[in-house]
Write a protein that binds this ligand. Structure first.
Ligand SMILES: *Cc1c(COP(=O)(O)O)cnc(C)c1O
Length: 409
């Protein structure tokens, strides 16, 4: 019965061109990566899909630090943090983060998690108790949405970047505790939330601003500290979640906030308390990652990323001018996430398949991850891409656009 039930659901997913597939990488995360296709054959592909924005995942110093961490601490942490899983390496990581963010959040403390998904569930569900109302941005990441589902708080959604709507909702709220929850950089759109305006509303209406900086940490700000540095924000009302598997090149996540908030999470957040602490070797390597993020290398990589972003945007804008018959749209973005909105599910998958035949991997993103009719190629850039890599993508898109226009004519 269960298998039949699931098989019929799987057929429905396939009928809407929504089936997802795993594929196996055979070499480190990098723009040129060996990937095994559905036919079992490995090919070298030019990848525009990872979130390894600074190209640190395969940096030799990170690999060396991981090996050193393993020699110092061995493998797993053995227990949850409050039992015996917390190590000096974990403490150094959270101390460094607290220090980085103390310029933005008074009395900042950090708490570590194994994944950003866990950190978001923890923050939103633990702070969103029965006395709270959560104001949740429409395009928030799935993990924030799942956090609101676990929370006892009332949940009110506001439109994407709609500061006026949020203001009206806050003004009408009688909740004792008000929590505004938003991605800093929207993961499928690449645009940046209007954080200064959101923070101003938080100050005005005695609310708190939970910012998920998964795609900003390491990338935004002169020293790579993320969205708070980018906008130069200062307030004890800021609660920041950052992930360490994207620009930081490793794994894990953190929450930084006023010490009373992190202390409460330590006491009350179930997914902090009841989950094994991350391997200390990863924490040890994160210290090297942090060094690289703020070093000259990090700064040079952020500058190179910006140049690539401009090259890609200019190239696609020119392409759209040449092919006005196509319904494609370049999403407005100031980050290395640069989606090209194509429209239909089948169309985006055909385009992605065509690019892959030419040796480029750019993932097609479909509903429910994005709204219906807005399926897109989610192009992401890494500092380890070259200008020639971006030119190759632009040429492949140009050829595909010409063929599609000809086929439609
Ligand atoms: C990736 C991502 C997460 C989850 O982080 P993981 O460490 O991968 O679990 C949370 N929020 C956003 C916006 C993300 O893009």
């Amino acid at each position: 019965m269960l298998l039949e039930h699931l098989n019929s659901k799987l057929r429905a997913i396939a009928a809407q061109d929504l089936s997802r597939f795993l594929r196996e990488a055979e070499s480190p995360t990098a723009p040129h990566q060996w990937v095994r296709g559905a036919d079992g054959i490995a090919r070298e592909l030019l990848m525009f899909c990872s979130n390894d924005y600074l190209g640190l995942a395969a940096h030799p110093r990170i690999a060396e630090a991981l090996a050193e961490g393993a020699r110092l601490y061995g493998g797993g942490s053995g227990a949850s943090p409050l039992v015996s899983g917390h190590s000096v390496a974990h403490k150094r990581v959270t101390d460094t983060l607290a220090d980085w963010f103390s310029a933005h959040i008074p009395k900042a403390r950090a708490l570590g998690f194994c994944t950003g998904y866990m950190a978001n569930l923890a923050v939103v569900s633990a702070l969103g108790d029965g006395d709270a109302e959560i104001f949740s941005e429409a395009l928030n990441h799935a993990s924030l949405i799942d956090g609101t589902r676990l929370a006892k708080a009332r949940v009110t959604r506001y439109g994407h970047a709609d500061v006026a709507e949020l203001r009206a909702l806050l003004a009408a709220s009688t909740a004792k505790i008000k929590l505004i929850v938003t991605d800093a950089v929207f993961s499928m759109d690449g645009d940046i939330a209007p954080l200064p305006q959101l923070l101003a509303l938080a100050e005005e209406f005695d609310a708190w601003l939970i910012v998920d900086d998964a795609h900003g940490f390491g990338v935004l700000g002169q020293r790579g500290r993320g969205a708070l540095e980018h906008f130069d924000l200062h307030s004890e009302r800021l609660i920041v979640v950052g992930t360490l598997g994207k620009a930081a090149g490793l794994a894990g996540a953190f929450v930084v906030a006023h010490e009373t908030i992190t202390e409460y999470l330590l006491q009350a957040a179930r997914n902090y308390i009841f989950s094994t602490a991350s391997p200390p070797a990863i924490e040890h390597a994160l210290l090297t990652s942090f060094e690289l993020i703020e070093s000259e290398l990090g700064q040079a990589r952020r500058a190179h990323l910006q140049a690539l972003q401009q090259q890609l945007a200019k190239g696609i804008e020119a392409l759209l001018q040449r092919h006005r018959g196509l319904p494609w749209q370049l999403a407005p973005s100031e980050t290395p996430v640069r989606p090209l909105i194509v429209g239909g599910n089948a169309e985006v998958m055909q385009l992605a398949a065509r690019l892959e035949r030419e040796g480029l991997r750019v993932p097609g993103i479909r509903p429910p991850t994005v709204p219906k009719g807005e399926a897109r190629l989610r192009i992401t850039l890494c500092a380890t891409h070259t200008a020639a890599d971006v030119d190759r993508l632009l040429a492949a898109l140009e050829a595909a656009a010409s063929d599609m226009e000809r086929a439609a004519a």
